[in-house]
Design a protein around this ligand. Sequence first.
Ligand SMILES: *Cc1c(COP(=O)(O)O)cnc(C)c1O
Length: 243
Amino acid sequence: MMRAEEFQCRLDEVRARIERAALGAGRPPQSIILIGVTKTHPPQLGQLAVAAGLIDLGENRVQEWLAKRDHVPGARWHLVGQLQRNKVKDVVGHQVLVHSVDREKLAQALSRRAEEAGILQRVLIQVNVGDDPAKGGCEVDRAVDLVAYARNLPNLAVEGLMTIPPLPASGVDPGEAARPHFATLRRLRDAARERYPEVAHLSMGMSADLEAAVEEGATMVRVGTALFGTRRTGPWRPEEDAR
Ligand SMILES: *Cc1c(COP(=O)(O)O)cnc(C)c1O
């Protein structure tokens, strides 16, 4: 298990990377929200993060998040992975920002459930900027229409866009490989925001490419490995022994 001192070092390093990139791009570093992606890791790592002041945490599987969330009090959760409609009921009402709305049916299901719960569900629209069959997200050409559709639903608040660029070819600098995809997401966000000013966030950038993302306008970066170390092979399960 990682110790608090090591986590603090990693957190300082990631925050310094964000700050350097932001200042270089003439942006205030505080305008960028760091999300610590804790997937596969035991809840103790989430607890370390919260204790160090990193309260925005992300998970990509609903099942794993459900098992983990009660063990990490004080976290503000982000669902960054694909969401099946039958899991919508587990997510709505728990103050989770859903980063992965990529189709009308899912938007509908979230809004309907939020209506039953009497709340507004905050979401981002995920766009498959690299047209990568391995990645979720709606097509680039449909993104602004999906924003319009989702924001017209009574109980959804569409706050921005999210993307996961394709994996870079080996030997290619990950930031430079991702940069044109980040720029595409920003262009889409700008187009949507002209009509709908609340569509402001850009969730993009991970451990290997966060500088490029910040330079291209990210307002949320999702960082796993650089904060928590190499991921384990499968999801964390509560029946595991906490070593
Ligand atoms: C796992 C994950 C991340 C974090 O990736 P790292 O490269 O480990 O920083 C970010 N976003 C999403 C959607 C993820 O699933």
